[in-house]
Structure formats: structure tokens, C-alpha cells
Design a protein around this ligand. Structure first.
Ligand code: FUL
Length: 699
């Protein structure tokens, strides 16, 4: 139902009521329909908020130089995707449940993905399609085909343009905006990044340009131009004049639990305001959570193994869409010009998990009662919050800001998620609320929280209850609740992680805290009949641990996790290094790392006393999952006395730069009490040797 039709139906129903009940004939329609409270969203902001989930794609010359920020001097000839296919991007996004795609038409390097007539620094001087291509145009067509909306990222900072910093650049910037706003159909969102000014190529001068980010771009006139050309657009701007949408102050993928869609009209917006909005703000500026599927925004082969996992993505969902934000999830387009298989797989699994969690609303059309209903009118009745229609709502009488709804689930029912939505067309109102469940005749509080906004999702351990009570504790005015959802999300059953510390204690962790874990230590296949994990397991020697995560209620289980551990490192000593942190190299925790001091020029030795004589057949090296200190050329030596060394293996870790995974090297059996791992060269060719873990393989 559209807003117009709601109003019409509300008016119609009131006409009827007033006609029938003469004693109420003095009630005017305007008194009954709640008045807006505080700022309200524009139609464009509302449409945008309803999209909930959409994609970013980062693609530029950076993709070919392994950079995050191009300097503006890379030759356009390096931009040569071999299989560029915007239809593949659109297909993946559609299948992932996204509603649109925002493309980096121009990133800070200034390189343009469309053949702008105002610069030579674009696809037209690249070998791709012999300079005849237009990626923005291709994406516009693909989005149309797949029913997606398209948005544009146009970096205000341009490290290539000679006149950046002068008024001439503003003309150039607006000319480019005009091209983008007129040649590609409807644009739902424009993104102006906050990185502005600094060093760059600038037409060959290679200087530093400083601008006043508040005044240089004359945003008010730029906004005017955009709105004239694209009346349905929303503007995202980090740092300039107040726009339609706000950054949430982090690229990690979350907004504050308390999240008002309001800011003040003027003044700086410190991180706390970005994260939480401003309760009594004067203007509607909702938060958009932007994050990438990988650590970087642009593609780097070495991040192929670092795509966000399903639990990571589910957390991101709950911390963005579940907290009154939208989710803008980035795909770094790879060198071929495609969304990489790993990212595709990840977002599809994510979409499936979201669907499994939220497709059955246990509260839908259930019987319910409320402590207060606005004028006792059915059109504001409790059923309106349970009808699955976000355009109708339960409302209380004027001035009633504390009220509850009790939903009767009919029978004891398992659930672990609660969702609420406010009818935000009339403002964001709720300041605090709580959710309780009737379990075995007693009310138990499941959660107490602050804001709701467009959508709020609460997560709690699974309970079995027959009734749920949702109480608004405080609000700016009578609350208007358009939707309530109760869900029983299945557990995320991913293979548990198995680690062993230096003393030989094995820990197993499931991604879902509610999962049960079963394991074996003899190499046999684990099942729910195997030993149940109840805390760290002490092991003494070579051990193979296999484990599964199991959902108790359904008995569904995860894939099997397996770790093979060699001898226990309890008696290992790092020789000749005073820094206690060096023990991170043998702590069994891949998330902790240690670096040799930078003053220690390569080659750098790491000597370990194994505490007893063993026969070695190999070793393992895990670099820290970053680009620093990744050893590529090495030697591995053994000794029985710590003085006389025998070199047993040397060489390089192939592809470690692109894929910094665990490296395993084997050699002919050699007796050793001491080992020496010598870093000869790292991937950056500087003097830094880093280690997340070092381990041995014994006979
Ligand atoms: C940042 C930019 O500097 C990054 O390169 C990226 O485009 C991200 C979305 O915004 O601030």
C-alpha cells in the first residue's frame, strides 16, 4: 500500500466512524493520525532505506598495481581486463539479494571508467576494447537487465588532474558529474569520499595540494546540479555540506547499537555522532554501513584467502541492517574484470543464511493485545504490527510513550531473534524498549535496548516460550510500530576452529556459541556420539583432532574440521632473543605474530631449542596475514649442540606474496635439538622478518 492510499483509507475509515458515532463527530482527522515528530525522511531517503542491501564495486588502475590509492601517474595501458563482464557483477549481486550497485567511476587516482570527454586519463586510452569501451555504460545496461539500481562513486580528490586545488578543477568535476548524471539513466546514490587533497601526480608536477574541504567544492551548488539532473538521487558525503546520508565512522562494517537517523544541520560530526546519530538532530541523515568482502577495497591476489566468512558476514548484517542502517558491501573486482569466485561463494552462502534465518516470521498474524491502542481504532490496532505490511502500524494515544504488545504464539515455540520496525515516515521515536518471553509461566527479559528506527534486530540465546511481550519504555512521542518479527534462526554450522597452545592444550571453538562440539583424537570421523567438547583438552604428543559443530535441536552438523599437531612445544626455548613477545611465534595462535627488530638487517636468524633430540622431516611457516615481513627466501638448518649447524633445506615460498598461507617444506630425515630458520629476503625487499607461527614435522 502506498502512503497516499493509507492516508486515503484512514480518512475513509474516519469518515465512516464519525458518521456513525455522532458523539465523536468533533474528532478531526488531523488529531487522529499522528503528527510527524522531528525530522522525517524524504521520499528518496525512504526508498533508499528500503533497499537495505546493495553493492560497491572497486575497480581501477589500482587493480593492476596492487594499490589501494593510485597516485595518478599509472599508465592507462595497464588497465586491460581480459574477461570484464558487468553482467557477471549484476548476476552475482542479484543472486546475493542485493538491490543495487555503486561503481567507482573515478577513484582518487583520477582514472575514469567511462570515456569522459574532459580527460584523457580514462578507459579510452586503455587497451580494453581498444579504447572504445565504457564500463559505467556496460554496468548501467547490466543493472537494467537484472532489475538493479545503479549508483556512482566519483572521487572529489583527483591525483591526476593538473589543476586540482584550483577553481578549474571544480568546473571539471561538475562537467564529469553532468556526464554521469545524464548519460546512464537513473542513479540512486552518489558517493563523495572524504579523502581530499594530499600528494599526487597532478599533471606531472608531483606536488602536494591542500584544499579546504568545507569550501573548495562549493557543495551547495554541486548538490543543486545533481538534484536537477537526478531528482530521485540520494547524496552521500563524508566531510562536505550535510548530505542525505552519513558515513558511520568506520569501514569495519557496523553502526552503533543506538542509532538515530538524525544529525544537526551544521557543525562537525565527530565519530560518536557518525556512529550513533543525534537524538534531537535537526535533519534526517541516516547511516550507511560500508565495508568490503576483503581487507582491501581493491583487488589483491594475496587476499583471495581472506574473504569474510559466513559468521563475519552475518555479524555485519546484524550490525548494519539490524541496527537501522543499510549495508553497502564492496566487491574488489579482480584483474580479469570479474567478481572473484571466493567472493561470489561467500555472498551466496550469506544470502542463503539470511533467508533461512528470516523467512519464517513466527509472529505473523498471531493473536496479540496491547496496553494502549490509539483511540481504540482498528487501523492503529496491534494487528497492524503483525500483518507483515510495513506501511501500516500500531500506534498509541497521544502522549502515551510507555506501552506493550503481548503476542500469543499459541504454543511453546523456539526462537532466538526479535525484529521491530518503526513507521519512520512520521519520524524516529523510540528511545528505549525491552523484549520479554513467557517461559513456563514466568516472564523473562530477553533484551533491553535503545533505538529501533527503520529496522532493529535483536539476537539472544534460543528460548522456548508461548508469549512474547514487547514494551516501549520511552519514546519522543506515541510510538508507531509498523512490523514485529520473531524468528528461530538456525545455527551457523561452519567447521569449528581447532588450536593447540605451546603447552599442548587443544581448544575447539564453534562459530555459533549455541552449537555443541564433538571431537575425536584418534583420526576417526566425529559424530554426535563422539566425545562432547567441554573445555580445553590436554595432549602430549603428535595428535590428530577432528571436530564437528552440531545444532542440538535438529542434530544438523557442520563439515569436519581437522588439525594435525606434531610434538608439543612445551619445552621449546627461543635462543638469543630477549623480547618475550617472540614466543608468539610458537604460541599456536595464528592471529598473533612477532617481527624481528627492523634494525636486524636480513638475513635474520630465528633459533629455537627444542628441548630434546628429535628426527625432523620438515617445517611449517605461517607469515602474518598482511603484506609486511613476509619471508620469501629462507634457509632451514639443524644442530644437535646449537653451535654446529647443518643446512637441511633452502629455497623460496612460491606465491607467498599473493597468497600468504601456511607453508610446508619437507627434507630428508635429520636429527636435531636446535633449529635455525633464516630469513634471507622478504616480499617487499626490506629489512623485516615476521612470523605468525613456526612449527616442525617429526618422523
Ligand atoms: C575510502 C577511500 O579512501 C577508499 O579507497 C575506498 O574508496 C573507501 C570506500 O572509502 O575512504
Amino acid at each position: 500500500m502506498t502512503f497516499k492510499s493509507i492516508i486515503t483509507s484512514q480518512i475513509a475509515s474516519f469518515c465512516l466512524t464519525t458518521a456513525l458515532l455522532s458523539s465523536y463527530s468533533s474528532i478531526s482527522i488531523s488529531q487522529s493520525i499522528p503528527q510527524a515528530v522531528g525530522p522525517v525522511p524524504t521520499e528518496n531517503q525512504l526508498k533508499w532505506q528500503e533497499m537495505e542491501y546493495y553493492a560497491f564495486v572497486h575497480f581501477s588502475t589500482n587493480t593492476y598495481t596492487n594499490q589501494e590509492w593510485g597516485f595518478g601517474d599509472d599508465d592507462p595501458k595497464i588497465f586491460n581486463p581480459t574477461q570484464l563482464d558487468c553482467r557477471q557483477w549484476a548476476r552475482v549481486c542479484k543472486e546475493a539479494g542485493m538491490k543495487g550497485i555503486i561503481i567507482t567511476a573515478k577513484h582518487h587516482s583520477g582514472f575514469c571508467l567511462w570515456p569522459s570527454k574532459y580527460t584523457e586519463y580514462s578507459v579510452k586510452n586503455s587497451p580494453w576494447k581498444n579504447g572504445k569501451g565504457d564500463i559505467v555504460g556496460d554496468l548501467a545496461k547490466a543493472c537494467k537487465e537484472y532489475g538493479l539500481k545503479m549508483g556512482i562513486y566519483l572521487s572529489p580528490w583527483d591525483r591526476n588532474f593538473a589543476d586540482y586545488g584550483k577553481p578549474e578543477y571544480i568546473t571539471y568535476f561538475r562537467n564529469q558529474l553532468r556526464e554521469l548524471m545524464t548519460q546512464y539513466g537513473d542513479i540512486f546514490e552518489i558517493w563523495f569520499d572524504g579523502a581530499n587533497g594530499g600528494d599526487g601526480y597532478y599533471g606531472g608536477t608531483r606536488g602536494t595540494r591542500k584544499i579546504d574541504r568545507k569550501t573548495y567544492y562549493d557543495w551547495s551548488n554541486t548538490y543543486k546540479l545533481i538534484r536537477e539532473l537526478q531528482p530521485k538521487i540520494v547524496i552521500w558525503n563524508d566531510g562536505g555540506d550535510r548530505a542525505d546520508l552519513r558515513w558511520v565512522g568506520t569501514e569495519e562494517g557496523y553502526v552503533g547499537e543506538k542509532n538515530w537517523s538524525l544529525l544537526n544541520t551544521k557543525g562537525d560530526v565527530p565519530e560518536d555522532m557518525l556512529r550513533h546519530g543525534v537524538e534531537n538532530g535537526e535533519v534526517w541523515v541516516p547511516g550507511e554501513v560500508n565495508t568490503s568482502t576483503r581487507p582491501g577495497w581493491f583487488y589483491h591476489e594475496y587476499e583471495d584467502s581472506r574473504v569474510k566468512t559466513l559468521p563475519d558476514l552475518m555479524n555485519t548484517y546484524h550490525h548494519s541492517i539490524g541496527r537501522n542502517g543499510t549495508l553497502l558491501l564492496n566487491f574488489p573486482i579482480d584483474k580479469r574484470g570479474l567478481i572473484h569466485e571466493n567472493d561470489e561463494k561467500a555472498v551466496k552462502a550469506f544470502a542463503k543464511a539470511v533467508k533461512e534465518a528470516y523467512s519464517v516470521n513466527l509472529a505473523l498474524n498471531k493473536k496479540a493485545s496491547a496496553t494502549n491502542i490509539r483511540e481504540n481504532a482498528p487501523m492503529f490496532g496491534v494487528a497492524k504490527a503483525l500483518d507483515g505490511d510495513k506501511n501500516t502500524y500500531w500506534a498509541t494515544d497521544e502522549g502515551i510513550t510507555n506501552a506493550s504488545i503481548t503476542i500469543d504464539l499459541g504454543k511453546p515455540t523456539l526462537f532466538n531473534r526479535f525484529m521491530a520496525q518503526e513507521f519512520i515516515r512520521l519520524g524516529q521515536r523510540v528511545k528505549s524498549f525491552k523484549v520479554e518471553a513467557l517461559i513456563d509461566g514466568n516472564w523473562k527479559e530477553l533484551a533491553q535496548q535503545t533505538t529501533i528506527g527503520y529496522k532493529r534486530i535483536l539476537i539472544f540465546p534460543t528460548v522456548k516460550a508461548s508469549k512474547v511481550r514487547f514494551t516501549i519504555l520511552d519514546a519522543k512521542a506515541c510510538p508507531l510500530i509498523s512490523n514485529i518479527g520473531i524468528f528461530n534462526a538456525p545455527q551457523i554450522l561452519t567447521a569449528p576452529s581447532i588450536t593447540r597452545n605451546q603447552t599442548g592444550e587443544v581448544s575447539i571453538k564453534a562459530d555459533d556459541p549455541e552449537s555443541l562440539i564433538y571431537y575425536t583424537l584418534d583420526g576417526s570421523t566425529p559424530s554426535s556420539k563422539s566425545t562432547k567438547y567441554a573445555g580445553a583438552i590436554q595432549t602430549t604428543g603428535k595428535t590428530t583432532v577432528k571436530a564437528i559443530a552440531v545444532e542440538a535441536s535438529t542434530k544438523k552438523s557442520s563439515e569436519i574440521a581437522e588439525e594435525k599437531f606434531d610434538i608439543v612445544k612445551k619445552d621449546w626455548k627461543i635462543v638469543g632473543i630477549a623480547d618475550e613477545k617472540a614466543y608468539k611465534v610458537i604460541d599456536g595462535n595464528s592471529h598473533t605474530a612477532w617481527y624481528q627488530a627492523k634494525t636486524q638487517a636480513l638475513p635474520a636468524d630465528l633459533v629455537i631449542d627444542l628441548g630434546k633430540e628429535v628426527t625432523l622431516t620438515g617445517f611449517k611457516y605461517l607469515p602474518r596475514q598482511s603484506t609486511d615481513g613476509v619471508i620469501v627466501k629462507y634457509q632451514f638448518s639443524v644442530s644437535l649442540d646449537g653451535n654446529n649447524w647443518a643446512l637441511v633445506n633452502e629455497g623460496e615460498f612460491s606465491n607467498i606474496k599473493n597468497n600468504p598461507l601456511l607453508q610446508v617444506k619437507t627434507f630428508t630425515p635429520s636429527k636435531a635439538k636446535f633449529i635455525k630458520f633464516t630469513a634471507l629476503k622478504n616480499t617487499k625487499n626490506d629489512n623485516w622478518a615476521g612470523y605468525a607461527e613456526l612449527d616442525v614435522i617429526t618422523k
